[in-house]
Structures are given as C-alpha cells and as structure tokens.
Ligand binder design. Structure first.
Ligand code: FPP
Ligand code: MG
Length: 295
C-alpha cells in the first residue's frame, strides 16, 4: 500500500474521530480537552486502518466502517493514557508530546481514559454508520468488550505489571502479548469483516488467524523498538522496558531471535490470506509493515 493511501486513510480517520469526540468547549471543558488531546494529531491509526482493510477484503461498504474504526481507536487511546500513568509505565512522552497526565494531571487523565472507553461502546450501540442488524451489532459489542476486558487487553496489562522483575517463559510472554496488544488488533479485524452481512465463515476464520499472527508480531516489534528504536521517530521513550526490568522478547530470544519470530508470524499471516486476491493487498502490506516498522 503506497504511503499516499496510508495518508489518505489517516486524514479520513482524523476527521471521523474529530466528529465523534465531544467539542473542546463543551462542559466539562477540561475533560473534553484531555480526551481530544489524547486522540487527535497522533498515532499511526493502525487499528482503524485494519478495520477498513478487513472490511475491504470481504466487500463491506466503506461507510459502514467509520464508527467501528473510531471505536477501536478510542479504546486504543484510552489504553495509552492509562498505560503512561505513574501507577503503570510512568511515561512522560507520547506521540512526541507530554503524555496526557503530564499535560492535564493524573486525575483528569484517568477520567479521560474512562470516558473514551465509554464513548467507544456508545458508538457500537448508536453510531449510524455501523451495520444496522441488531444481532450483528450485539455480536460486535461483545467481541470488543471481551477483547478489552480482563480476558483480553486489561488482563494482559495486569500480567505485564505483575511480571516486572520476574522471568517469564516464552509461552507466558506470548500469552501476555496476545492479550495486552493482540486482542484489540484481532477485534479490529473481526469488526471490519463482520460489517459484510453475507460473510462466509471460512473468510472470517482466515482473517482471524491473520489477525492473531500480526497482533503478536506487533508487540514483539514494539519490544524490539524499545531497544533499538529512535525515541523521536517513535514519539515515546525507549529503553523503558529494561529500566523497568520487564520481561520482553529481546531479553528472552535476543534481537535476532525476536526478528526471526516476527518473520515467521508474518509468513503465517500472509499464508492465511492466500485464498484472497488483490483485495487483500492492504492487509498484506500491513503485515509486512508491522514487522519492519521503525515507528
Ligand atoms: C503502541 O501502539 C501500543 C502498544 C504496542 C500496545 C501496548 C498495550 C497497552 C498500552 C495496553 C495497556 C492497557 C491498559 C488497560 C492500560 P501503536 O504503535 O499503534 O501506537 P500509536 O497510536 O502511537 O501508533
Ligand atoms: Mg506498558
């Protein structure tokens, strides 16, 4: 996928996010400003782009994906706000700017995260762009709730925090990554695909496998970038995993071993797309981007 297409997606997503966020002058103003600060003008928008790209593969109408794309990005933004808090990773920098709690204070940052999570689920309930079939909507809502709850992202985060100063086996590390980061990526792909009302089960299974592979690869690459990445390009601090004594792929497998692991996951992801034609090119591009990215 050309850089130009990514940029087009990103500006479309920016507009859709902006439209769905409370206005900056709406009471309570400070809370709404904190929410807008955390969501707008930052981030690669990988999860929304996955919603659009998965929808495209199965022929879902483009317009039916806007609300879903925003819902997954609101969840992502909430998770980053909370992840940066002093009680968690204690990071001062996010998207090249002060993290939300550094800009607005801890209490407001916690509340902005809470409100963004609520807004995501409100969208699944009432956003007019999302497929109108109530059974599918409910299914989507449950997929997202499960992906971000204690058996998904939040559970993975709890394991991550408890693992500080501990050694994990490869299987435990896999499980932590799959939940903390992989679950929301997987939900993004599933929600996009379910926007096609006549979706074939076999297509859903292939896309689900693709999503599981790239979700794990994404976090392994994140671990690698925490060691070798450039803080300015990433817009966040590097070296923090080591400073916080976190178990990571590079500590367990080394940098080369970690890269090799992402390559195998990428190959597996691409193989699961082999039943699709050129309509899956965007998903193929994303799988390669995830393991090669420098930001
Ligand atoms: C970077 O994504 C983020 C991750 C690799 C996910 C890490 C997981 C968490 C922060 C979960 C935290 C959960 C809770 C409940 C606090 P990215 O590179 O796509 O970010 P971008 O928006 O900067 O592009
Ligand atoms: Mg963290």
């Amino acid at each position: 996928m050309a850089e130009e297409i990514i940029k087009q997606y990103q500006s479309h997503i920016e507009r859709e996010l902006d439209r769905r966020l409370p206005a900056a002058d709406l009471y309570p103003v400070d809370l709404h400003r904190a929410m807008r600060y955390a969501v707008l003008d930052g981030g690669k928008r990988i999860r929304p782009i996955l919603v659009y790209s998965a929808g495209r593969v199965v022929g879902a109408p483009f317009k039916s994906l806007d609300g879903l794309a925003c819902a997954v990005e609101f969840i992502h933004a909430y998770s980053l706000i909370h992840d940066d808090l002093p009680a968690m990773d204690n990071d001062d920098l996010r998207h090249g700017r002060p993290s939300c709690h550094r800009a607005f204070g801890e209490a407001l940052a916690i509340l902005a995260g809470d409100a963004l999570q609520a807004l995501a689920f409100q969208l699944l309930g009432q956003d007019v762009t999302i497929i109108s079939n109530p059974t599918v909507r409910l299914q989507m809502l449950c997929i997202l709730a499960r992906a971000v709850g204690s058996l998904g992202m939040v559970g993975g985060q709890a394991v991550d925090l408890a693992a500080v100063d501990h050694e994990l086996t490869l299987a435990e590390l896999d499980s932590m990554h799959i939940h903390k980061t992989g679950a929301l990526i997987r939900a993004s792909v599933l929600l996009g695909a379910l926007s096609q009302p006549q979706l074939e089960q076999s297509f859903l299974e292939r896309l689900d496998h693709y999503a599981k592979c790239i979700g794990l690869a994404f976090q392994i690459r994140d671990d690698i970038l925490n060691v070798i990445g450039d803080s300015i390009a990433l817009g966040k601090s590097t070296g923090s995993d080591r400073a916080l004594c976190k178990p990571t792929y590079p500590t367990l497998l080394g940098l080369d071993g970690s890269r090799e692991h992402t390559k195998l996951l990428c190959q597996d992801a691409l193989a699961s797309l082999d039943i699709f034609g050129s309509e899956a090119e965007q998903l193929r591009w994303i799988a390669r981007f995830i393991i090669e990215r420098t930001y």
